[in-house]
Design a protein around this ligand. Structure first.
Ligand SMILES: [Fe+2]
Ligand SMILES: [Fe+2]
Length: 245
């Protein structure tokens, strides 16, 4: 892709086309999942980042094997729902008790000298509670509906009537919740100075920051798969079903 095309492409378009670009956007803290509708140019200007450095990193990806790039976009919606639950929901469920214990411990031990860790523990508690409720809604309501929509469209069956009206209603709610979770993690990132532990931080302190950073990275991939791939696919399925009936 030539540089002018890269400059005017949105972050979500680039990550959807080639997931390897996500690592570059993570490196520069460019949000490709919740606020991925911005072009690289806009996002870099907002964050005062030299766009040429980002474009240089992206151009290096062109020489890499893009085989993984289309994996998610090529997935059928039901397979993608299962992948999200088995990979990302399972990871969040496994890490919440671990990170809750670690953030609380670091706050108790280091809170006097580093008051930011008390705020970090509170933010993590908030995001943990919100994500647990959020994933339950996806697993119990939205994802089963998307799977049913997909099955009905494939079999040419009549319109499915959902209690929530159009699928765009729960999608809007999920997107707003993604934004909240992303904002909470952004606060944690800022408070921790980009997950840099202080010189006097103990092993638990360092491990906690690393785990928080991994948690945020996983959340970005998770939200990208939903906001940029699964949800638009669900809207297209619903429109296809309506136009057939
Ligand atoms: Fe999810
Ligand atoms: Fe979600």
């Amino acid at each position: 892709m030539i540089t002018t095309e890269l400059r005017t492409a949105t972050l979500k378009e680039l990550v959807t086309q080639n997931f390897q670009t996500a690592a570059v956007f993570e490196k520069y803290s460019l949000d490709f999942c919740c606020r991925g509708g911005k072009t690289i140019d806009e996002a870099c200007r907002e964050k005062n980042i030299d766009i040429l450095t980002v474009l240089e990193d992206l151009s290096r990806l062109e020489n890499m094997n893009p085989s993984a790039a289309g994996t998610f976009t090529a997935m059928e919606p039901d397979v993608l729902c299962n992948h999200i639950v088995e990979t990302h929901h399972a990871y969040v469920t496994k890490m919440i008790p671990v990170l809750y214990a670690h953030t609380q411990k670091v706050a108790a031990v280091h809170g006097a000298n580093h008051p930011e860790v008390i705020a970090i523990a509170k933010h993590f508690e908030t995001v943990a509670i919100e994500l647990q409720q959020h994933m339950k809604k996806e697993e119990q309501i939205l994802f089963p509906f998307i799977k049913a929509l997909y099955a009905a469209v494939r079999k040419n069956e009549p319109i499915i009537h959902a209690p929530f009206g159009t699928v765009q209603n729960p999608i809007r709610m999920m997107e707003a919740e993604h934004q909240n979770a992303g904002d909470e993690m952004f606060e944690i990132r800022s408070l921790s100075n980009n997950y840099a532990p202080p010189a006097d931080g103990c092993t638990t302190f360092r491990i906690t920051y690393q785990e928080l950073q991994d948690f945020e990275r996983d959340l970005h991939e998770h939200v990208h798969l939903e906001n940029n791939i699964l949800f638009p696919a669900a809207v297209r399925l619903e429109q296809a079903m309506i136009s057939k009936n």
